[in-house]
Design a protein around this ligand. Structure first.
Ligand code: AQP
Length: 334
């Protein structure tokens, strides 16, 4: 069997530079050598308060962003999670294999539930890493290309796969996290201690893939920098380290090469060059995105085609899970 990768993006907002540099770029590269499944994980979006009127549009935008970044619908399976019912079915069975203690340890749960009243936090937010495990295990994926923030969730899905396999017999491939060495954590432009994030309430913290060139330039110009004058990366220069990383990932130069190129320049010149590089890097993606969004029917057709291919694989896995846990053979169509 060709090795398989699975990953997903939540339709929680407009995809941004962090999603592109930390995830999509690698997803595009991996589709050359792997059987690739990329999913718009709309069920995950329901774990925090959401806008029902926006969910479908955001899901279609997520698909457009993936195709615009270079995902090829001819060879790669792109689909909406909610269109393949086996995700929710396997999630329930794995919820019964997971333990409260291991879910309670998830950093993202701790972060996203912080500040709220612990008693009124949605149970979905607590259980969602199990749904994420189901997403990957259904496809017998070997690799899960994600940003650094997802490492702990991949560890959990490995534990669940190993536990299930030893309790019920070999059923799942135990997946590995494929985390890029560079770009795995792009930080907010206005606060290098905070991850660049779709759901940020601060528009200047994020460069969206659809931002117009003038807006990209404005956001980069207003990005925070560190004390001092030199354009150098380092532990005590978190803002410049982040900006240099973004520059390097678009431009192909290493960070030391960029430090040399900008030695003696002020922050202003550096930011102008960075803005030009980012604008040029995003230009083809943005243009293709706008073109794709002009034909939502075609995007829906591609997603339906993807869901049919995904369901065929997912059904094979869930059928063996049912047999192994004692639910018996799957009934035919109702
Ligand atoms: N800042 C980032 N740097 C590098 N990689 C990132 N990813 C997200 N933010 C960064 C990676 O993008 C993929 C899709 O992410 P997601 O949609 O599942 O949600 P997320 O990780 O929760 O991303 P956001 O933007 O922070 O969304 P919200 O605000 O909704 O939580 C993943 O592989 C992720 O690692």
């Amino acid at each position: 069997m060709e090795k398989r990768v699975f990953s997903g993006i939540q339709p929680t907002g407009s995809p941004h530079l962090g999603n592109y540099l930390g995830a999509f770029r690698n997803w595009v590269a991996l589709q050359e050598d792997y059987d690739a499944f990329y999913c718009i994980v709309d069920l995950h979006t329901l774990t925090l308060p959401w806008d029902p009127a926006a969910l479908e549009r955001r899901s279609i935008e997520g698909a457009a962003a993936l195709f615009a970044a270079g995902i090829d619908p001819a060879g790669t399976v792109v689909f909406r999670q909610s269109h393949v019912a086996q995700h929710a079915e396997l999630a329930w069975i794995l919820t019964c294999v997971a333990r409260m203690g291991e879910l309670r340890r998830m950093i993202q749960f701790k972060e996203k539930s912080r500040g709220g009243d612990a008693e009124s936090i949605g149970a979905g937010l607590f259980a969602y890493p199990v749904l994420q495990a189901a997403d990957v295990l259904l496809y017998q994926a070997h690799g899960v290309p994600v940003g650094e923030d997802q490492r702990q969730h991949i560890e959990l899905m490995r534990d669940l796969a190993i536990r299930f396999n030893s309790q019920f017999g070999d059923t799942f491939v135990v997946p590995e996290a494929y985390i890029p060495k560079e770009g795995a954590r792009i930080m907010a432009l206005d606060d290098p201690a905070d991850k660049m994030s779709k759901s940020s309430k601060r528009p200047n913290s994020v460069v969206n893939l659809t931002d117009e060139p003038e807006l990209v330039a404005k956001k980069i110009k207003s990005a925070v920098t560190d004390s001092g004058r030199d354009v150098i990366a380092g532990g005590d220069k978190p803002a410049l380290t982040n900006l240099l990383m973004i520059f390097s990932l678009f431009d192909g130069s290493t960070v030391p090469e960029l430090e040399e190129r900008f030695a003696g320049s002020g922050y202003g010149d550096f930011k102008t060059a960075l803005a030009e590089t980012v604008i040029e890097g995003l230009r083809p993606i943005r243009e293709r995105y706008l073109e794709l969004m002009g034909d939502p029917a075609e995007l829906n057709r591609l997603l339906a085609e993807g869901a049919a291919k995904a369901a065929a694989v997912a059904e094979g896995t869930i059928a063996s899970v049912w047999e192994r846990v004692g639910l018996g053979p799957r009934p035919g169509p109702q």
